[in-house]
Write a protein that binds this ligand. Structure first.
Ligand SMILES: NC(=O)c1ccc[n+]([C@@H]2O[C@H](COP(=O)([O-])OP(=O)(O)OC[C@H]3O[C@@H](n4cnc5c(N)ncnc54)[C@H](O)[C@@H]3O)[C@@H](O)[C@H]2O)c1
Length: 294
């Protein structure tokens, strides 16, 4: 079960980072988006990340050229059958993931391993729509993927032990530290992180402090590298809302319920950094808190 070619479905925030990390580790990578515009934007993100590394002297121009030469972008699934492993990083929506895995299952050879980067959906529920549930795992990366060292490697009750070990070794081959997790919504990190992020929004709704007070409180009081509302803008409020809905549906506990303010912000198109506005307005330098949220 040697992995040489990796397919990545989705070239958004996570897919672009996963594609980059795989190409940097020496794998041939085929990354698929739904249209040329989104594909171009995703590939441009990778190029600009590497270019910044060259500017700072952390990456040589030759290394950047080599990494980019290992990356191929596409808007079709036609090239996926050559992949030994396909990692899915499309929107956090079960129907969208089911549709993609059904299509991949129909065209990829039996040996291809499937992985999902889902934050909160069930690996088992995705695996069972394919004819290869024993070759299906979770590989949960963290944002920004090229810098973050953790990958949660998730097994379903149907995952074969051999495939699970291949997946853990693959994560390690990217220079990441694999942490093993069972298929429980949110795995280890989001189980603990999501209620904290949602509580920060509730604190804002209840007037405990302003956006800046809450962020500075956790940054300076707890030594976190950034406050929870800044982190939410990085993660994406649309993605966080989807994750909270899924975790609340799974556990039926208030701590996972999305607060009304989060829902309103998503309805208004305030997705965080990716849309230019979330808790902060990124059209301003430095970003300023958005007025009138509560
Ligand atoms: N944002 C985070 O910090 C984070 C961290 C870990 C895991 N995740 C998970 O990663 C996944 C992607 O999240 P994201 O933040 O990158 O979202 P995103 O919105 O930035 O990107 C998703 C991309 O998938 C594309 N897409 C949709 N259907 C597709 C298909 N059939 N084939 C190819 N591309 C398709 C969309 O066009 C979009 O560009 C989600 O499951 C999310 O829960 C997110």
């Amino acid at each position: 079960m040697e992995i040489k070619t990796v397919g990545v479905a989705g070239c958004g925030l996570m897919g672009s980072g996963i594609a980059q990390a795989c190409a940097e580790a020496g794998y041939s990578v085929i990354v698929r988006e739904v249209n040329e515009d989104l594909l171009g934007k995703g590939l441009a993100k990778i190029e600009s990340f590497l270019a910044k590394g060259v500017e700072k002297g952390k990456v040589t121009p030759e290394h950047m050229r080599e990494v980019l030469s290992r990356l191929k972008g596409t808007t079709s699934l036609d090239a996926m059958p050559v992949c030994d492993l396909v990692i899915e990083a499309v929107v956090e929506n079960l129907a969208a993931k089911h549709e993609l895995f059904r299509a991949l299952d129909g065209i990829c050879p039996e040996r291809t391993i499937f992985a999902s980067n889902t934050s909160s959906l069930s690996i088992t529920e995705m695996a069972v729509v394919t004819r290869r549930p024993e070759r299906f795992v979770g590989l949960h990366f963290f944002n920004p993927v090229p810098l973050m060292k953790l990958v949660e490697v998730v097994r379903s009750p149907l995952t074969s032990p051999e495939v699970y070990e291949v997946a853990a070794a693959f994560a390690a081959s990217l220079g990441k530290t694999p942490v093993r997790a069972a298929d429980k919504s949110g795995f280890v990190v989001n189980r603990l992180l999501v209620p904290y992020l949602l509580d920060a929004i509730r604190a804002l709704e209840e007037g405990v402090g302003s956006v800046v007070d809450i962020d500075e409180g956790m940054r300076l009081g707890c030594g976190h590298p950034m406050g929870p509302l800044t982190l939410l803008d990085f993660v994406g409020l649309d993605t966080t809302f989807a994750i909270a809905e899924i975790m609340f549906g799974e556990f039926r506990e208030k701590r996972f319920a999305p607060p009304p303010l989060l829902k309103r912000m998503v309805q208004a198109g305030f997705y965080g950094r990716k849309s230019g506005k979330g808790f902060y307005d990124y059209s301003q330098q430095p970003p300023k808190p958005v007025p009138g949220l509560v």
